[in-house]
Design a protein around this ligand. Structure first.
Ligand code: SF4
Length: 367
């Protein structure tokens, strides 16, 4: 218990003052924990404040459209988190009468909630003695006890849980968990750990044995997959000039990255396309899929590389001018002025921020 007392004492003096720490409202804590999965605190902060303002209660979130939730989430990545958040809010609002579950197992049964998040909500909101294990906690505990079990192995979580169950302060689980996470973020950092002024230096195995830089141990990283995205940024006019200008945006429906977000029509070949053939390939592709388009003129207007944890997207944006008859309908046809309201990936958002849809009467900008 000496360790728990010491780290809570340190936390009371040096812990981070974060908005979700000043509440025991499980809904707000849940929001913060889902937002902070795979997201840095600095980046997640503005999203947390936006969600609390836009959806003050779980019922507000439940009654929103998924599209609105995704729009608020835009730029944060890992969009399945937002879809799960919305689905779980609907479950709480419509099946549980708006009452947030208050046991570890019931919290764990919510969509998008894993053992880490369930432990965080259970301890922070309900004072239940469940240790949280995030990257910071893995690092501090590995170093303190000199544990060299790879933290990404299947045995790691049960083993560290055992260790932490002996360390946790059962009367103050929230303070203990938050203290350990903050200690990892502020003192026992991945690089440049502040060992010389660390209050645990005298009992830290890694420091005493010169293994701070070697712990925690990680196994091999999974290979990164390269994907090649060719986007067709249509600029479509109708025969009669009085009609607005359109583009085409499609919702990603498949089980893949960015499900539920909108993007320009995509061609994804298994390999990179040879630059010389690209415009011919694009024209043929457009004529095959959209035979109603006339005077099709593609040109390359941008490239970008977007890195995700396990894949790298090599994107090429092709501006495609085309004309359609006044009565022709196309799936996903949208007026340029309405593009901005659609939830899009950060890759598409970056492109839209710099791209202008040229108009014969002047420039029409989306953003
Ligand atoms: S002595 Fe260094 S490695 Fe050990 S807990 Fe403190 S900061 Fe971390």
């Amino acid at each position: 218990m000496a360790f728990a007392n010491d780290i809570i004492h340190w936390y009371e003096a040096h812990g981070r003052d974060l908005p979700w720490r000043n509440t025991s409202d499980p809904y707000h804590i849940w929001l913060s924990e889902i937002i902070l999965q795979q997201t840095r605190v600095e980046q997640g902060m503005s999203y947390y404040l936006r969600f609390v303002k836009e959806f003050p209660t779980v019922n507000d979130l439940a009654h929103s459209t998924e599209e609105r939730v995704l729009k608020c989430w835009q730029g944060l990545g890992y969009y399945s988190r937002a879809r799960n958040l919305h689905a779980a809010a609907q479950h709480i609002a419509f099946n549980l009468s708006g009452q947030f579950p208050n046991t570890y197992d019931d919290i764990l049964s919510l969509r998008g909630v894993g053992p880490y998040t369930a432990a965080a909500i259970a301890s922070f909101a309900f004072g239940l003695p469940y240790p949280v294990i995030d990257g910071n906690v893995f690092r501090v505990v590995s170093r303190l006890h000199g544990i060299d079990l790879p933290i990404d192995s299947t045995k790691a979580r049960p083993y560290f849980l055992q260790v932490l169950n002996k360390m946790i302060d059962r009367d103050r689980p929230a303070a203990f968990n938050q203290a350990l996470m903050d200690f990892g973020a502020l003192v026992c950092k991945p690089q440049a750990a502040d060992c010389k002024s660390c209050i645990f230096a005298d009992r830290c195995v890694a420091w005493r044995t010169g293994r701070v830089a070697l712990l925690p141990v990680k196994g091999g990283r999974p290979a990164v997959r390269n994907r090649y995205f060719y986007y067709f940024v249509f600029v479509i006019r109708r025969s009669r000039k009085s009609f607005p200008i359109y583009t085409v945006m499609q919702c990603r429906k498949q089980q893949d990255i960015w499900k539920g977000l909108y993007e320009f029509p995509l061609l994804e070949p298994p390999n990179v396309l040879v630059a010389d053939d690209l415009l011919n390939t694009a024209t043929t592709h457009v004529q095959k899929l959209w035979p109603m388009m006339r005077e099709v003129r593609p040109s390359i207007v941008g490239t970008d590389v977007h890195k995700l944890s396990h894949q790298t997207i090599h994107a090429t944006f092709l501006r495609v001018e085309a004309i359609i008859d006044d009565d022709v309908q196309i799936d996903g046809l949208v007026e340029l002025a309405k593009v901005d309201a659609l939830p899009v990936s950060r890759l598409t958002d970056r492109f839209l921020a710099t791209f202008s849809f040229g108009d014969t009467n002047g420039l029409v900008k989306c953003k």
